[in-house]
Every structure is written in structure tokens, then in C-alpha cells.
Design a binder for this molecule. Structure first.
Ligand code: PAF
Length: 326
């Protein structure tokens, strides 16, 4: 009988120890982004979750919060600084308000295509910019992607800057973008993304600009008739972490986060490439008129003063480094 009692006690102790270990192991990581759960950001969030949970052998568990459930991008970046959010996938839209060095990436017509943009972000300049995040209460984990941005509106086809003149267009909360649109004669209206669909629906603004990825994921065809493939600016996305979480981790654990962010960026870029191939047709099928044959030169000419305004304020070092690295 003593043997049975000892065995039961032993098994109970082991079960309790396992429960304690499980409870300790499953640290929940809250990951937020603003797009739907069918978007390219969600593809990236799934890859982050799969990689971190696998590498950490269940020590971390990732809870995904898509669709702006944790707020717009600016609010989520603030959340990282104060530790209420752990990981965020965000465009650079509001990032320059926190890390001004990243404004260089928001200059219109800076990159000619995806290969060039990805190469710069994966090279020294991109890595230096991720490093700068540390001076501003953020951890830069990896450069992911949103895509080249195009204009949509509910009024008329836009094939030249003259067509765009006078339109009220929602922009990101980014002064480099706003400046460029002002030069184009457009009335820029900065707004957090979760408010954009309703603003378009109610006619508060005539148009918006975003990559094919976002136009598809948000079903903008329901509120916008015209798409112009202006490709006026490349929109990177950053996978950012909270220093309040990451500074308390071991080097090995931080390594898992870095690998998970890298896997997330790769999966997102693949999805962006897929949507660049198939997305425009989908938008046409859903009733949008698409202006594909856009002469970019007049658009480039109108927005050029934005470069001077940028360098007057931030100097030319970062811009020179970007230009030297392609
Ligand atoms: O337009 C924006 O604010 C951004 O492109 C979005 C849609 C939030 C994705 O980062």
C-alpha cells in the first residue's frame, strides 16, 4: 500500500510540476496590425507566430490582433513604447513621427521597383535604419513590405497630375507624403487607416492611395470606382518589437524573435508579389476602372520640390546613402 501511495504522490507532484511549467512557458505575445485577416500582413503575422512558437518550443504563444483591433498604426507604435503591445507590423506611414530617419523611405519615386527597394532595405541602409529605432523606444526587427502605392478615387480616372488636382485624398499621417501631394495640387487629408473606409463611403474624402495589396484586402472597390497605377511611392512595412518585452529576454530568445520577424517579412513579400500579379484583375472583376498606362514623368516633376523640403529639414546623408546603395 505504501508503494501505491508513494506512486500516486509522485504522479501528482509530477503533474503539478508540469502544470507549473506549462503556465510559465506559455507567455503570450500580442501582435497587432491594421489589415484584415486575409491580408498580406496576416500572412506575415501567421509566419511570425508559426516560427516563434516552433523555435521557442511553446515557450511563447502569439496572439494575433488584425483589423486595427489594437488601434491605428500610430497608436500601436505608442503601445510598443509603453509595453501594452509586444509586436507590430506597420507601414512607415506614422513611423517618421517617432523615428525621423525613416522619412527618407517615404520620398516619392525614390525606388524604381521591388528588387531595388528590397535590396536597399536588406542592405546596410535598411539595417542602419532598424538600428535607429533603438534610440526612440522601439526595437526594429525586420523590414517587411506593404507595396508600391497607387491612387484611387470616386470622381474620375486620373492619368495626369492635372486630373488629380483638387481631389481630396486621404493620406497617411506622414508629412513627406502630405508635402508631395500638396505639390501635386491634391488636398491631402491625413487620417488613421481604421477611419478610411467610412470616410470614403460618406464622401468626407474623394480618394485614398495604397498598394494593390491593401485595396484588395479592404475591398475598396465598394467605395472607389477609379484606380490609377501611379506607383508614386514605395511603402515598406516594419516588424517592430517593444523594448519593454525584448530587453528582458535572453540573447537566445531575442534571436527567436529576430528569426520570426525575418520569416514574417519573407512570407509577406511573397504575398505582395502574388497580389501584384493577380490583384489588378481581381479589382477589375469587382468593377474598378484601372488606368494602367500612366506616364510617370509629369507626376515625378510635380512632386520633386518635396525632396528639397526634406533635405532642408533632415539633411541629405540618408538620401545619399540610399542612392549610393542601388
Ligand atoms: O494607408 C495606410 O495607412 C497603410 O498603408 C496601411 C493600410 C495601414 C497598411 O500599413
Amino acid at each position: 500500500r505504501r508503494t501505491l501511495a508513494t506512486a500516486i504522490a509522485g504522479a501528482t507532484t509530477a503533474a503539478l510540476a508540469m502544470t507549473a511549467l506549462d503556465a510559465q512557458a506559455a507567455q503570450t505575445i500580442n501582435l497587432g496590425h491594421t489589415l484584415s485577416d486575409s491580408s498580406h500582413y496576416s500572412v506575415g503575422a501567421d509566419a511570425f507566430k508559426e516560427t516563434l512558437e516552433r523555435l521557442s518550443d511553446g515557450e511563447f504563444e502569439v496572439a494575433e490582433h488584425p483589423s486595427g483591433a489594437l488601434g491605428g498604426e500610430r497608436a500601436m507604435i505608442e503601445g510598443l513604447q509603453i509595453g501594452t503591445v509586444d509586436v507590430v507590423i506597420t507601414s512607415t506611414g506614422p513611423l517618421g513621427n517617432f523615428v525621423p530617419e525613416t522619412y527618407v523611405l517615404d520620398l516619392p519615386f525614390l525606388f524604381e521597383g521591388y528588387d531595388q527597394a528590397r535590396c536597399v532595405l536588406d542592405g546596410d541602409v535598411g539595417q542602419a535604419l532598424l538600428g535607429k529605432m533603438g534610440n526612440h523606444g522601439l526595437v526594429g526587427l525586420a523590414w517587411s513590405e506593404n507595396g508600391f502605392r497607387h491612387m484611387t478615387n470616386s470622381k474620375r480616372p486620373v492619368t495626369s497630375p492635372a486630373d488629380a488636382e483638387g481631389l481630396k485624398v486621404r493620406t497617411m499621417e506622414n508629412k513627406v507624403h502630405m508635402e508631395a501631394f500638396e505639390q501635386m495640387g491634391v488636398h491631402p487629408t491625413p487620417m488613421a487607416f481604421p477611419e478610411v473606409f467610412t470616410a470614403l463611403q460618406q464622401g468626407t474624402v474623394d480618394g485614398q492611395e495604397n498598394p494593390i495589396t491593401v485595396i484588395v484586402a479592404t475591398k475598396f472597390w465598394e467605395v472607389q470606382d477609379h484606380l490609377s497605377l501611379t506607383g508614386h511611392v514605395y511603402s515598406p512595412a516594419a516588424v517592430l518589437g517593444s523594448p519593454i518585452l525584448l530587453d528582458g529576454l535572453s540573447e537566445e530568445q531575442r534571436g527567436w524573435f529576430a528569426q520570426a520577424a525575418q520569416a514574417s517579412a519573407e512570407a509577406t513579400r511573397e504575398e505582395v508579389s502574388r497580389l501584384e500579379r493577380d490583384g489588378v484583375e481581381l479589382l477589375r472583376e469587382n468593377g474598378m476602372t484601372v488606368a494602367t498606362d500612366i506616364d510617370k514623368v509629369p507626376f515625378q516633376d510635380t512632386v520633386m520640390p518635396a525632396y528639397q523640403i526634406y533635405t532642408d529639414q533632415y539633411g541629405s546623408e540618408m538620401l545619399d546613402r540610399v542612392r549610393a546603395s542601388d
